[in-house]
Design a protein around this ligand. Structure first.
Ligand SMILES: Nc1nc2c(ncn2[C@@H]2O[C@H](COP(=O)(O)OP(=O)(O)O)[C@@H](O)[C@H]2O)c(=O)[nH]1
Ligand SMILES: [Mg+2]
Ligand SMILES: [Zn+2]
Length: 291
């Protein structure tokens, strides 16, 4: 008799599996996984079989809808891309790259502006202009502003919190789950110890879903994208008229449908500037693909 569950934590060769009735069961993986190159991963939907003495065997890993590599986590539904409205100043290029990576993995990207209690107006305006085509959230872990909307977004989903160091990822999670007690702190404190704390991924069950804090940021490496694949990562472009040339990169080609979006404000100058950089980067990667 097997039983379904969600793998929320791995410790050595043991895995904590949350069953449907909310019980945490420590399970040991069957040896065949390793032989088949399968590694049970946090976020996996699994089947376990109870053995005697409160011990279970992890028998099967159900098919994954996606798999992030660093940190390893499977079946992520949405990505909270947290940026700070004050310090540290947002790295917008990183935000745009994270959006692309998320979309490529069928993860819904949600830009989240934290620290609205002390917002720099330039940052706030840029955030609103650049990401108006996305689901966005304005929050403050400190004052609680916007936390209800954030909470509502988490129901029934596996949500990964990502972003630069010190934007407030852990503070947001602590505000949502008071017993969590994740370490928080400013940038200078973090860089001192940052390199020594290699934490493994762990999901925290929350509102019939689960949340995950990612230490630092190195989870996404988007390899090589075709231009049409890149286009699909920009919701703004879906409002464009067709370009004259099928492979149009929307740079300086004549009769480009994307350029007019700038005049109408559908596509912000900031997003477009960064798009150019990203598109040229992918063009270069395509050229060197077989080097
Ligand atoms: N003013 C303000 N500071 C915040 C807010 N959220 C977090 N911080 C502070 O920002 C710093 C970094 O927060 P932390 O949660 O450790 O960021 P993380 O590296 O993204 O996990 C800490 O000093 C927090 O107290 C907020 O909403 N408003
Ligand atoms: Mg943190
Ligand atoms: Zn074009």
């Amino acid at each position: 008799m097997t039983e379904p569950g969600l793998l929320i934590k791995g410790i050595g060769s043991f895995y904590e599996v949350l069953t449907e009735n909310g019980e945490l069961v420590t399970s040991k993986a069957r040896g065949t996984f390793r032989r088949n190159g399968l590694v049970p991963t946090v976020g996996d939907h699994v089947l376990i079989e109870r053995k005697e003495q409160g011990y279970a065997q992890l028998c099967e890993i159900l098919p994954r809808r996606n798999l992030l590599v660093r940190p390893p986590v499977a079946n992520v539904d949405q990505l909270m891309i947290v940026v700070s409205a004050s310090v540290p100043a947002p790295d917008w290029l990183l935000v745009d790259r994270m959006i692309i990576a998320a979309k490529r993995m069928c993860i819904n990207p949600i830009p989240v502006l934290n620290k609205t209690d002390c917002a720099d107006q330039t940052i706030l305006q840029a955030f609103l202009a650049d990401y108006k085509m996305f689901d966005t959230l304005l929050v403050s872990a400190r004052t609680g502003e916007g936390m209800n909307s954030l909470q509502a977004r988490l129901k029934g989903k596996v949500t990964c919190f990502a972003g630069q160091s010190a934007v407030g990822k852990s503070s947001l999670l602590n505000a949502l789950i008071p017993d969590l007690c994740l370490e928080t702190g400013d940038l200078s404190r973090k860089t001192e110890r940052g390199k020594h704390t290699t934490r493994h991924a762990e999901l925290w069950p929350y509102e019939s879903g689960a949340v995950l804090d990612t230490p630092g940021f190195s989870m996404f490496e988007t390899d090589c994208l075709e231009q049409n694949e890149l286009n699909e990562c920009y919701p703004e472009f879906s409002l464009a008229d067709p370009c004259r040339f099928p492979g149009c990169m929307h740079l300086s080609e004549p009769d480009c449908g994307v350029k007019p979006l700038l005049a109408s404000g559908t596509l912000s100058e900031g997003r477009y500037e960064r798009y150019r950089e990203i598109a040229l980067d992918y063009q270069l990667r395509r050229k060197h693909r077989y080097d």
